[in-house]
Ligand binder design. Structure first.
Ligand code: NA7
Length: 543
C-alpha cells in the first residue's frame, strides 16, 4: 500500500509512567520486543506533569513504591513520610536507569491512533509524527489522572495575565512573589498548592465551588529507623497491602462500626487519627463508606476541626463541606490548608453564591465583582480514568471505535480489556480498583497479570485474546452493583465522571477492594481465562 508499518513489535505500550516502566521491564524480561511511546520528554507520567507547588502523593512513600525488586526497595531512601513530587520523579528516573529502560522508550511521541487489522490480527499504531508501527499487543498505560481539564469559562482567551493548570505545570520554577493570584478549584491539587502560593503571593483569591474534606498529612522527615521498620518487614507488608487491604495501603482494618461506640470513644478515635494524619482517617470504622449516619460522625468531626482552625466564622462555614459524604470524593491530605485562610492576604470566594461569570482581561468576574489578578491557577482536575484513552483513535473489530462503544460509559471485563478490541489491554482501567487504591499496588498487579497472560498464550501457541461480551456485561453489572451499595455515588465526583460536562454518570472504579479483585483476576487466569476468548493460528485453522 506504500503505507506499510515501519517497525514490528510484540507489544506497544502507551505511556512511560509507573505502569509503563514496570510493564516494559517485565515484558522485555520474558523475551518480547517492546516499544513504549511517551508524550512527555521524560518518564514519570503523572509525576512528570504535576509539578505545582506542594505536589505530593497522598499515600506514604514507603508504600507508594515498587515492590517488584527487593534490592530497589532496600536501597532507595525516601526522605519524607510523603515524598514531594521532585523526589517521586527522581525515583521514576532512577528506575528507568537502573533497569536500562530508556532504550525502548520513545519520548516526545504521542500515540494518535491504534487500529486493529483483523486479517493480520495485529494493531497498527500511528504516532503524531505520522510514523506507523505494527504490534501484536497494545497496552494503554495512559494513567487515570493524566488528562488535565480546563473548564469551559467564557473569556479565558482574553485574559492578559498568566494562566497555569496544576496538572500541566511548567518545568521552570514559578515565583508568585508580589503577585495577585487566583486559584480556581478546591480539590487535592488546590489544597496542596494553596498554602505555598499564599506564602509567596501578595494576594491570593481562592474560588471555591464545592468545599472538600481534608485531613492533615503530618508530613515529616523519615529517619533511618522509620525506613528500617519497613525494610525489615517488606515481604509481609507488601503481601498484606496486596491481599488483605481494600485500598492497598497497610493499616489496621477497622473492626467496628462508627455507631457501635459511645460518643467519647469515637471522638478519641477520630482525634487520634487526626493527630497521626493521613488517609487512614477513613479506616476509623468499617461502615463510613456505607452508612450515612456513620459517615456523618466523621464528617461532623472534620467540620468541627475546620471551625476550630479557621478564625472567621463566615469563612469557616464556607469551608465546611455540606454537599457530599466524607470520602465519597477522594479525601484530601494537606499541610496547613484550612489555617491558610487565617492569613490577611487570602480571600475565599463562594462560587455557589457568586458563580464565575467570565474571565476578563484583568481577572475573574464572579457574581457582580471583578477580581484583578496577575495569574490564574486552574486546579480544575482531570477528565479522569477515560480521558487519556479517549484521545487516542482506537478502532477494534468491525471498525468500531472505543469512544463509540464507551459513549454511555466505559465497559470492560476486569478493567483489563474491552470486548471487540482483541489484544488491547488497559492498566488500571475503569472497572478495576485503580484510583480507589494505592496506585502502585494496582499497577503491579495488572502488569503481572498481563505479563503472565502473554507468557501463557505464547506457551500454548495462542496469539489472540479478547473479553467476551457476556463476561463484560456481567462485570459491568457487578461493578455498578457494588458501588450502589455504598455512599460513593452520592457525590458529584470525578469517580462518577460528574466533573466533565456531558460525560456519562457511571461509577468507574471497582470498589470491591484490591484483595478481592486480585483473587478474581487470579481465578480467571487459573481457570484457563474464563470470560476471555483465546485463539491461535493453529486453532483458527482447525475451526
Ligand atoms: P479535582 O479533585 O477534580 O478538583 C477539581 C476542583 O476544581 C474541584 O474543586 C472542582 O469543583 C473545581 N472546578 C472544576 N471546574 C470548575 C469550574 N468550572 N469552576 C469552578 N471550579 C471548578 O482535581 P485535583 O487535581 O484537585 O485532584 C484530582 C486527584 O488527583 C485527587 O483526587 C487525588 O487523587 C490526586 P467541584 O468539586 O467540581 O464543584
Amino acid at each position: 500500500t506504500g503505507n506499510e508499518p515501519q517497525a514490528r513489535y510484540d507489544v506497544v505500550v502507551v505511556g512511560a509512567g509507573f505502569a509503563g516502566l514496570y510493564l516494559l521491564h517485565r515484558l522485555r524480561g520474558q523475551g518480547l520486543s517492546v516499544r513504549v511511546f511517551e508524550q512527555g520528554s521524560g518518564v514519570g507520567g503523572t509525576w512528570y506533569w504535576n509539578r505545582y507547588p506542594g505536589a505530593r502523593c497522598d499515600v506514604e512513600s514507603m508504600q507508594y513504591s515498587y515492590s517488584f525488586s527487593d534490592k530497589l526497595q532496600q536501597q532507595w531512601d525516601w526522605s519524607e513520610r510523603y515524598a514531594p513530587q521532585p523526589e517521586i520523579l527522581a525515583y521514576a528516573n532512577h528506575v528507568a536507569d537502573r533497569f536500562d529502560l530508556r532504550r525502548d522508550i520513545q519520548f516526545d511521541t504521542r500515540v494518535e491512533s491504534a487500529v486493529f487489522d483483523e486479517t493480520a490480527r495485529r494493531w497498527r499504531v500511528t504516532t503524531a509524527d505520522g510514523e506507523t508501527s505494527s504490534a501484536q499487543f497494545v497496552v494503554l498505560a495512559t494513567g487515570c489522572l493524566s488528562n488535565a481539564r480546563m473548564p469551559n469559562i467564557a473569556g479565558i482567551a482574553d485574559y492578559a495575565g498568566k494562566t497555569y493548570h496544576t496538572g500541566h505545570w511548567p518545568h521552570e520554577p514559578i515565583d508568585f512573589t508580589g503577585q495577585r493570584v487566583g486559584v480556581i478549584g478546591t480539590g487535592s491539587s488546590a489544597i496542596q498548592s494553596i498554602p505555598l502560593i499564599a506564602e509567596q503571593a501578595s494576594q491570593l483569591v481562592v474560588f471555591q465551588r464545592t468545599a472538600n474534606f481534608s485531613v492533615p498529612a503530618r508530613n515529616a522527615p523519615l529517619t533511618p529507623e522509620d525506613r528500617k521498620q519497613f525494610r525489615d518487614n517488606y515481604p509481609e507488608i507488601r503481601r498484606i497491602a496486596r491481599e488483605e487491604m481494600r485500598n492497598g495501603i497497610v493499616t489496621a482494618p477497622p473492626e467496628k462500626g462508627a455507631l457501635d461506640e459511645p460518643d467519647e470513644a469515637r471522638r478519641r478515635n477520630y482525634e487520634g487519627r487526626w493527630t497521626r494524619g493521613g488517609l487512614t482517617f477513613m479506616a476509623a470504622y468499617n461502615n463510613l463508606a456505607l452508612e450515612k449516619a456513620a459517615n456523618d460522625t466523621a464528617a461532623d468531626f472534620v467540620r468541627a476541626k475546620i471551625a476550630e482552625i479557621v478564625k472567621d466564622p463566615v469563612v469557616a462555614k464556607l469551608l465546611q463541606p455540606d454537599s457530599h459524604p466524607i470520602g465519597s470524593k477522594r479525601i484530601c491530605v494537606d499541610t496547613d490548608y484550612y489555617a491558610t485562610f487565617n492569613r490577611d492576604n487570602v480571600e475565599l470566594v463562594d462560587l455557589r453564591a457568586d458563580p464565575i461569570e467570565q474571565i476578563t482581561r484583568l481577572g475573574v468576574r464572579a457574581g457582580d465583582k471583578e477580581y484583578p489578578l496577575d495569574a490564574i491557577v486552574f486546579a480544575t482536575g482531570f477528565d479522569a480514568m477515560t480521558g487519556s484513552v479517549a484521545k487516542i483513535g482506537i478502532k477494534g473489530r468491525n471498525g468500531r471505535t472505543l469512544n463509540a462503544k464507551w459513549a454511555e460509559g466505559p465497559r470492560t471485563f476486569l478493567g483489563l480489556m474491552s470486548e471487540g478490541f482483541p489484544n488491547l489491554f488497559l492498566i488500571t482501567g475503569p472497572g478495576s480498583p485503580s484510583v480507589l487504591s494505592n496506585m502502585i499496588v494496582s499497577i503491579e498487579q495488572h502488569v503481572d497479570w498481563i505479563a503472565d497472560c502473554l507468557a501463557d498464550m505464547r506457551r500454548q501457541g495462542l496469539d489472540c485474546i479478547e473479553a467476551t461480551k457476556e463476561a463484560e456485561d456481567n462485570w459491568v453489572a457487578h461493578v455498578n452493583e457494588v458501588a450502589s451499595g455504598t455512599l460513593y455515588p452520592q457525590a458529584n465526583s470525578w469517580y462518577m465522571g460528574a466533573n466533565v460536562p456531558g460525560k456519562p454518570r457511571v461509577f468507574m472504579p471497582y470498589i470491591g477492594g484490591v484483595g478481592v479483585y486480585r483473587q478474581i483476576c487470579n481465578d480467571v487466569a487459573t481457570s484457563g481465562y474464563q470470560g476471555f476468548a483465546l485463539s491461535g493460528d493453529a486453532i483458527t485453522k482447525r475451526a
